[in-house]
Each structure stands twice: as structure tokens, then as C-alpha cells.
Design a protein around this ligand. Structure first.
Ligand SMILES: Cc1cc2nc3c(=O)[nH]c(=O)nc-3n(C[C@H](O)[C@H](O)[C@H](O)COP(=O)(O)OP(=O)(O)OC[C@H]3O[C@@H](n4cnc5c(N)ncnc54)[C@H](O)[C@@H]3O)c2cc1C
Length: 433
């Protein structure tokens, strides 16, 4: 047991997971959040898809490790829970083969790591999902473009299908599970408290100030504030020592009923449809959630994460839902819009920063770029390992820490997530990571 006091700022899924793992390492952890409940930041509106189709060996390895935690969730968060335990739904993951060839990058990595997948040709794709159109809509266009309404002439070659992947039914509940697990091992939560300043000297973090001007002295601060990450990094004066920056990006996810006659929860899968500029998954109540992210689409970068339009816009609704209606021709587009709006915290290469900083004692798990819910528990373990090693004198910047995945035994190279890295051009440079 050591007597070092750590504050984790941010009680989203990743902040709670780091709090749980760091407390288990013997630190005295307090997790602070300005909301009254955990998981009320961007985690609340996460689509929470659990998939392994990333562009890099490290990206796939971490996602595979992250997936194993969800499969073992009930056991991992074992404690006397006041709440139910979040459900992991193994509906499978379908990656439509698109001309951007993302799927071609992933297959050799699957082969190298022994990750289960099936190649479906177009006919097999139709057999597995009879309510899918296998037409190609490439390149994704907008309903305001004439070409959007033209009959497609080609067909997608098929899809890569991963059984055993899927989504988490309730991301907030999963976060509560982590909170209660962390509390059970001794971590404290200070909710409804906002951090307004980071206290430091030239070399080391000293503590932080809360909204009622209370100063709290601590040895370790971990910034896990999602779309507010750049605000806290600026407060700490560590942003100038980073090659990678973080920026909030506004996103909408829409919710529509499944096509009549289709039981989407039994028959559907989570689907990445780059051919058509969307992704979607089944949602309870026979609904479908659909999100976007085609590379040609407009991006709405946000200056102030406390001020952005939280209403679904007609333009994005039409783009995403009409695209979905092309892939699922039986879909009946509702008259009323329904969905959620939230922010991704995006880096230049859409790969997170899981690292220390130039300021001793100050760490960060930021820049999760719309794709790290699935990895939360694995990231908690990695960050706790990194913090513990750095606090015990390891020079991570010159000798990057490699963490062995608890479940897969894979080498998770934390140098890959360094704040000092050059932009990783192997990335899809999109939400796929
Ligand atoms: C619409 C959408 C869809 C997504 N879909 C997926 C998906 O399908 N699969 C996937 O893997 N990932 C997905 N993601 C990404 C994933 O949800 C995030 O990577 C993850 O939830 C980030 O968790 P976090 O704990 O880092 O941040 P957050 O959940 O944002 O938590 C940060 C916390 O910091 C707190 N905070 C901020 N500033 C302060 C302050 N000054 N003082 C105190 N507290 C503060 C906030 O209140 C907040 O609770 C999606 C994200 C969005 C927005």
C-alpha cells in the first residue's frame, strides 16, 4: 500500500475505470465530476458498439482486449451492486466492404491475432440479412445531391462479419457498475463538483481548485474529461508539451423503428457501412440507432464544449436516416426526428492520448475520438499500470511501457498513445480509428 493521493477528473466510463484500477493498486483515489451522477458526459450518449475493426495492429489489439472485459463484465465488476449489471449484447459486427478498403487492412491483423471473422460475399450477406440491400452507394452522397436519388448500378462485394462482437445496452449503467466496483475497493467520488484550476509548480502538479474555491492538495491528477480535455490541459499548462491536440466535434445519432416485419434485435447486427457513410446497430424496442461519419461530410468543430446545439438537425437527420433507408429498403422514415447529440473528443489521427505529461504527477486519458467506450476497462488497467510505473521512476517517454492484456495476453504498447507521437497516418483518420 502506498499513501499517494490521486484525483481523477471526470467520472465517465473511462474515468471510473481508471479510478477502479488505480485504487486497486493502492492509491487513494477520488474521482471528481461536475455532474451529480457518473456517466453523464459523452458516455451517456454513446452508441457503445464493441467492435475490433480498427486500422492498426495496436488499435485492433486494444479493442480485442476491451471486448474480453465485456464478455466477462459481470465477473469483472463483481461486488455488491445496488444497480443491475449492464448487458453486453453479442449481436455480431458486420463491416460492409467499401471501396475505401478499410476492411482489407483489418483482415491480416485479424489473422495475425487469431480474431474470429467470416467473409460473406454479397449473396451470403443477403442470406444472413434478408432485409439488407447489397447495392453499392459509393461514394456516400447527400440527399441534396441529385446522385443520391439515382438507381445504384453496382453491388458491394460483401462484408466481413465478426461473431461475438456487439454493443453494451446501457453505457451509463456500465459506468455505474465501475463506480460501485471502485467504491467497493475504497475509491471516493465527489460528484457535482467542478474543477476550475490546476495547482502546480515548475515541475510537479500540486493539486486543484474546485468551484467553491476549495483547494485540494494531491500527488497525482488524471485528466479524463472527454470533450473538456483541452480546457483542463490548458489549465495545467501541459498542452504546449504535446504533439497531438484534442478538439470537440459535434455528432448526432438518430433513432428509428426497424422496418416492419423485421425483429432487429434477433436478426440484426452492429454494422459499419462505409460504402454508405453510416454505422448502425439494433436498439431496444425494435429500434435502430444510426450515426454518421463519411469522410466527405461536413464536420462541426466546437470551440466551447459547454455551448453547442443539443437538438437534432433536419439536415443530419435526413442524411443519416435516408442513407439507412437505402441500406434497409423496408425502413419507413418517421415524420418526427428522434436522437441524441453529443461531442467526440478528437485528435488529429483519431487515436487517443493515454499518457503522462511534461508535468510530473499529471496524466491524461483524452482524445477518445468517438471510439473508446469499448476499450474503457482495458484502458483503466493500462493507465493504472502506466501511472504506477511512472510514479516509481520509469521513464516512459524514452522507454514506452508495454502492458500485457489481462485476458488476451497481447502486448499493448502505450507508446502508440503518446502525446509526443507524430500523427499516425496508418489510422483511418475517422471514427473507425
Ligand atoms: C454520439 C457518440 C457515439 C459514440 N459511439 C461509440 C461507440 O459506438 N463505440 C465506442 O467504443 N465509443 C463510442 N463513442 C465514444 C465513447 O462514448 C467515448 O470515447 C467515451 O464515452 C469517453 O468516456 P470518458 O470517460 O473519457 O469521457 P466522458 O464520458 O465525456 O466523461 C468526462 C467527464 O468529465 C466531466 N468534466 C468535464 N470537465 C470537468 C470539470 N472541469 N470538472 C469536473 N468534471 C468535469 C464531465 O462532466 C464528464 O462526466 C461515442 C461517443 C459519442 C459522443
Amino acid at each position: 500500500m502506498n499513501n499517494r493521493r490521486a484525483v481523477v477528473i471526470g467520472a465517465g466510463v473511462i474515468g471510473c475505470s481508471i479510478s477502479f484500477e488505480l485504487q486497486k493498486k493502492g492509491y487513494y483515489v477520488t474521482c471528481i465530476d461536475r455532474h451529480d451522477k457518473v456517466g453523464w458526459g459523452s458516455t451517456a450518449n454513446s452508441t457503445a458498439i464493441v467492435r475490433t475493426c480498427y486500422s492498426t495492429l495496436q488499435g485492433v489489439s486494444l479493442a480485442y482486449e476491451g471486448l474480453m472485459y465485456w464478455r466477462d463484465w459481470e465477473n469483472y465488476v463483481k461486488c455488491k451492486h445496488k444497480s443491475d449489471v449492464a448487458k453486453y449484447i453479442e449481436c455480431g459486427m458486420t463491416q460492409i466492404m467499401a471501396p475505401d478498403n478499410h476492411w482489407k487492412k483489418v483482415i491480416p491483423i485479424y489473422d495475425e491475432l487469431g480474431i474470429e471473422y467470416k467473409i460473406l460475399n454479397a449473396e451470403e450477406l443477403r442470406e444472413q440479412f434478408p432485409f439488407f440491400s447489397t447495392a453499392s452507394f459509393w461514394p456516400p452522397s447527400l440527399p441534396s445531391d441529385e446522385v443520391f436519388w439515382e438507381e445504384p448500378s453496382g453491388e458491394v462485394p460483401g462484408a466481413v462479419y465478426n461473431p461475438g462482437e456487439g454493443y453494451v445496452s446501457d453505457p451509463q449503467l456500465a459506468t455505474r457498475n465501475l463506480q460501485e466496483s471502485a467504491e467497493a475497493v475504497g475509491a471516493k467520488f465527489a460528484l457535482g463538483r467542478k474543477v476550475t484550476a490546476i495547482l502546480r509548480d515548475e515541475h510537479k502538479v500540486l493539486g486543484l481548485t474546485l468551484d467553491d474555491e476549495e483547494n485540494v492538495e494531491v500527488d497525482i491528477v488524471v485528466n479524463v474529461t472527454g470533450p473538456h480535455s483541452f480546457v483542463i490541459n490548458r489549465m495545467a499548462g501541459v498542452d504546449s508539451g504535446m504533439n497531438v491536440s484534442t478538439r470537440p466535434l459535434r455528432e448526432e445519432v438518430h433513432c428509428v423503428p426497424a422496418p416492419p416485419g423485421v425483429n432487429i434485435q434477433d436478426a440484426g447486427s452492429a454494422t459499419s457501412d462505409n460504402d454508405n457513410g453510416i454505422y448502425f446497430r439494433p436498439e431496444s424496442g425494435n429500434m435502430i440507432l444510426v450515426g454518421g461519419g463519411a469522410s466527405g461530410d461536413d464536420m462541426e468543430w466546437i470551440e466551447n464544449p459547454d455551448e453547442f446545439n443539443k437538438n437534432v438537425t433536419e439536415k443530419l437527420w435526413k442524411t443519416q436516416v435516408y442513407r439507412l433507408a437505402k441500406r434497409l429498403p423496408g425502413l419507413q422514415v418517421p415524420n418526427e426526428t428522434r436522437g441524441v447529440v453529443d461531442l467526440y473528443d478528437v485528435t488529429e489521427d483519431w487515436i487517443p492520448v493515454y499518457d503522462r505529461s511534461d508535468l510530473n504527477g499529471y496524466y491524461m486519458a483524452v482524445g477518445t475520438s468517438g471510439n473508446q467506450f469499448k476499450n474503457a476497462a482495458a484502458v483503466g488497467f493500462m493507465m493504472a499500470t502506466l501511472i504506477d510505473k511512472c510514479e516509481n521512476g520509469h521513464d516512459h517517454d524514452s522507454k514506452p511501457i508495454i502492458v500485457k492484456g489481462r485476458y488476451t495476453g497481447l502486448d499493448l504498447d502505450m507508446g502508440f498513445y503518446s502525446r509526443l507521437r507524430a500523427v499516425n497516418t496508418e489510422s483511418s483518420l475517422s471514427v473507425l480509428g
